[in-house]
Write a protein that binds this ligand. Structure first.
Ligand SMILES: [Zn+2]
Ligand SMILES: [Zn+2]
Length: 304
């Protein structure tokens, strides 16, 4: 069994309310459900709070909990739920936290744990009772098998740096011949020499190559979760903030021969009505290319 469940699909900040109730207002959190006997969680946005309740109340999940938590990056919307993730307060929990590090003297432990000081929260980091270990991740090098992570039972994970204002990783999970990949928070690599006629062509080649590499990273994925925070018009205004448009996500998914594309990291201002019309617009539109495109919603489950 290899299933993906969304617990938070929103970007930037939680946005509960009547206009977001259907797709959900929680920030990034994705659960991988499998028969492996441990939990794999991607990102600790505000959605992780509900996931904790689900894990602790559901007898289907073996206790004590063994959890692998992968952080795409440490922007606030991807770690803000961590202090509310109840398993960190349970002494029998075993939690391995993986993620990229942007600055050498700011290890993952410090960035994530830094939220747990009296300044921000009533419980301090060293009061957490679970057994928590932190692991720094770097991009997978094709020639170095040590840069691929193999979890017990045959789950293989590869990593790719994306284009975002801090170190941010895309993930590629492979299990039982199925592939689940993520590419958020990310925006297209741009030509750095756009305004320099002498080097423009070379700059274009370089950025095309980088974007091609990203598509290759998730090539053949059964499910790709891609950043799609903006419309094309909005992107003109927010270029450089590290997010993509729907159209770019689709172009890239087609390039990579992806089967299912979940549009993700919805803008906090995007309403249910807007997402519903997006869903209607793309439903069946790319079926001749074997691609299914849809905006994902909270609590949605997808079997791979
Ligand atoms: Zn984000
Ligand atoms: Zn971000």
């Amino acid at each position: 069994m290899f299933k993906v469940k969304f617990w938070g699909v929103r970007g930037s900040i939680p946005c509960p309310g009547p206009t977001t109730a259907k797709y959900g207002g929680n920030t990034s959190c994705i659960q991988i459900i499998s028969d492996l006997g441990y939990q794999i969680i991607l990102d600790a946005g505000s959605g992780i709070r509900d996931l904790a309740g689900f894990l602790l109340s559901n007898p289907e999940f073996k206790k004590p909990l063994k959890i692998y938590l992968f952080l795409t990056h440490t922007h606030w919307d991807h770690i803000m739920g961590f202090p509310f993730f109840v398993p960190i307060y349970i002494p029998t929990s075993e939690i391995d936290i993986y993620g990229p590090v942007t600055f050498e003297d700011d290890p993952l432990e410090k960035v994530v744990g830094g939220q747990l000081t009296y300044r921000y929260f009533p419980i301090r980091f060293d009061e957490l009772s679970a057994n928590i270990n932190y692991h720094r991740l770097q991009e997978t090098q094709p020639t170095n098998p040590d840069t691929i992570l193999n979890l017990p039972g045959g789950m293989t994970i590869k990593f790719k740096y994306l284009n975002h204002p801090v170190s941010c990783l895309g993930y590629r999970f492979e299990y039982q011949g199925k592939v689940f990949a993520t590419c958020y928070d990310h925006e297209p690599f741009a030509n750095l020499f756009e305004d320099d006629p002498e080097n423009r062509e070379e700059g274009q080649m370089a950025s095309d190559e980088q974007n091609q590499k990203v598509a290759e990273f998730y090539s053949g994925a059964d499910l790709l979760v891609h950043d799609s925070q903006y419309t094309t018009k909005e992107y003109q205004k927010y270029k450089g903030w590290g997010h993509s448009t729907y159209k770019y996500a689709i172009t890239q998914a087609l390039k990579g021969g992806v089967k299912k594309l979940a549009l993700f990291h919805h803008d906090p201002n995007r309403t249910d009505a807007q997402l519903e019309s997006l869903k209607a617009e793309y439903e069946g539109k790319f079926s001749q290319f074997g691609l299914d495109v849809f905006p994902c919603y909270e609590k949605q489950e997808i079997e791979l």
